[in-house]
Design a protein around this ligand. Sequence first.
Ligand SMILES: [Zn+2]
Ligand SMILES: [Zn+2]
Length: 396
Amino acid sequence: MGVACSGSKRNEQLLLHVDVYIWKEKEKKYHLYDYSSHESHYQQLQLIQDTKLCKYGENILAVQPNQTIEGAQELFVIKEKVLRPITEIWSIIRNDQVNGVPVTNRVQLIPGQTIRLGRVKIILWEACFNQAMATEESEKEKDEDANGLDDSENSNAENSCRICMSKVGTLSNPLINPCQCSGSVKYIHIKCLQQWIHNKFKIRELNNIVLYFWSNLICEICKEQYKLEYKFQNRKYHLIDIPRPKEAYFIFWISHIDKNKEKGLYVINLNGRSNIKIGRVQENDIKLQDISVSRNHALITFNREDESIYLEDLGSKFGTLLQIDQLKLDCKSIIQVANSVFIFDYLRKNQKHYELPSFYKVVEKETQQQPQDCVEDDVLVNVDNNKYLSGDNEAS
Ligand SMILES: [Zn+2]
Ligand SMILES: [Zn+2]
């Protein structure tokens, strides 16, 4: 049948109401929403049960999770009130409101999470509150290497390092293939690669902060971008091997949406510090010279006792964004996806009347003949979703 219905059972269903604000992008897609401009296209959706949201042109579509639509960009799936991203999803942190809805200006930050400030991306790459423990761990790794693992078993007459020409690889220094190169230049020792990378760094040091920066870490032969981490026999190897402070420290990885801009690593010694300021002006600890970053944009605070870390927005123009890998929609939630802001709110039907977007056709006919259990199969309320997607205008 595939026709949505509006049986009486519907009225009891818990609905997810979604407000979407979509703004026009400039020719370069930086996904920056200027909250003061109000120049956005507005759309409302009402959803029940599991659904997948997609972007089709300038419109947001709700379809069943297993449904695919040609030409549409899949954004996320909502299943049992949990949102799971398909593309990059950002939680908005702002010292103000988003389209009239208050948002939090402070969230907990977990190492590894990506933060966005304007066009700049920051990852808290390493957070160490207890250097003694970190040293112990690296000693343990060295012991493992010494206990017979550190052998030359992966040497092969075919493979030789393209820098030092040696054919011997060990577990602490394996021969890896980090790019698209093949033939006699296919392999390189991780340590030879780290050394080569290190020579490309520019280094600046100030106030217990060491900044390493570079324009591009690409293979000079095949032009492939090197990854930050490589795996060999289930072990992880960092591409960048830099000295760590003896005390507590944070390492931040900074990159720009524009891939040709400089990238960098900030190694910040936490001794004598209670927070880390991020912004465009001089007095910040992490100074980002990009006009999309506010003068004083965000603040990172931490508690050495319980090792918790917090991210705070300082009233920035475009907000501070934090990438999320899932989101519980049990209360009002606000996210940004590409050039759209989504505001989710659970409510009961009839609590408030909402207009459906014009491209959804309301199905009025045969409602009294609909079997009650058809409710379970439909994703959208009052919307003949299949008809719209197949482009078939005839009612089935
Ligand atoms: Zn080598
Ligand atoms: Zn290469």
